[in-house]
Structure formats: structure tokens, C-alpha cells
Design a protein around this ligand. Sequence first.
Ligand SMILES: Cc1cc2nc3c(=O)[nH]c(=O)nc-3n(C[C@H](O)[C@H](O)[C@H](O)COP(=O)(O)O)c2cc1C
Length: 181
Amino acid sequence: MKEFPLSKVYRFIEPGPVILLSTFNGQKNNVMTLSYCMVIDDSVPLFAVSMGAWDFSFDVLLSERECVVSIPADDMLEKTVDIGNCTGADTDKFDKFDLTTVKAAKVKAPLIKECPVNLECIIEDDSLLNRYNLIILRVVKAWCSQEHFRKIHHNGDGTFTVDSDPIDMKSRMTRWPEYIS
Ligand SMILES: Cc1cc2nc3c(=O)[nH]c(=O)nc-3n(C[C@H](O)[C@H](O)[C@H](O)COP(=O)(O)O)c2cc1C
């Protein structure tokens, strides 16, 4: 084995799937791409996102305290990358990327029709923001048109991997029955 640079270790500890996070600032919708997200508590449910203050979405999320997290499938790979390479500061991304908005039930940001999963979220805790750029979100309403699909994962170096077909290991999950239904 060769020594590996610490600055690239994150590539091996792959976070959750690449997500789209939408906000509404009272005037317009915006959407950003985000790959640093992880589950914090599965029953509430809570998950954390790491968001940079340079993102236009950052101030909007912190002031509105709510957003929609949409999970794209691999058919949206190019759009998902491009959405993360431009900013809502000067671009209407919903228009540019031809995303279909659907009214959410509990938050003002829109669901994205093209995504199989849409999660309406509010900020649960931002006390780790200054230290780790972490924002913990609580899902308050969830929508799903398809449970298993090819989610997108960023390898951290500009390359991406998409999920393979699910492999059924339910019969071996004997200690965790709550996870197999
Ligand atoms: C694949 C990919 C993953 C990204 N992951 C994150 C992330 O985890 N956190 C973050 O703050 N920005 C992330 N970005 C960058 C934002 O998507 C980018 O800064 C975007 O332009 C912000 O949009 P906004 O200025 O409209 O908010 C990612 C971009 C790409 C392409």
C-alpha cells in the first residue's frame, strides 16, 4: 500500500446520495446540488447536510428555516451536476434546467416532479454550523413515486457512481426486523 493524502480521504467515506436542495426566498425558487448529507436519526427522521456560506441557498435556508430535498435518479445526472455548477444569484435554475415544480404541503419551496423522492424539511438544529458547516434537517412530509432507483453518488473527484440493482439480504437481517419491512 502507498500512503494516501489526508485531504482526499473523504472520497472513501462516501456520504449519502447526491441530493437537490430547493429553497424559496419569498420571491423565487432556487435549487442547489449537495453530496455531503448523512442520516442522523432514522425514526424522527433527521439528517445533516454540510452547506457552504458561499452558496446562494445558504442565507435563504437559514432565514426561511425550511427547504425541500429531492433525490434525483441517474437519468438526471447531467442536470444534477450542472445545477451545482451555477448559482441562483444570477440564474433561474428551475427555468434553465426545465424542472417541474409541484406545490409542497408544509413548506414554501417546491417539490421537483422529475425526482422519485421529495422530502419537505425544516431546520432542526444549526448549532454546529460555525464549527462544521452542518445543518440538521427534520423531514416533516415525504413523497415517493419509486422506492428503489439508481441514486447518484459523487466519488469526490468529479466522477460519479450510480446504484446497482438492489441485492436482497432480508433473510440475514435477523437482528434488525424493523429494517426489512
Ligand atoms: C456533485 C456536487 C456536489 C456538491 N456538494 C455540495 C455540498 O455538499 N455542499 C455544498 O455547500 N455545496 C455543494 N456543491 C456545490 C453547490 O451545489 C454549488 O455551490 C451551487 O452553485 C450552489 O448553488 P446556489 O448558489 O444557487 O445555492 C456541490 C456541487 C456538485 C456539482
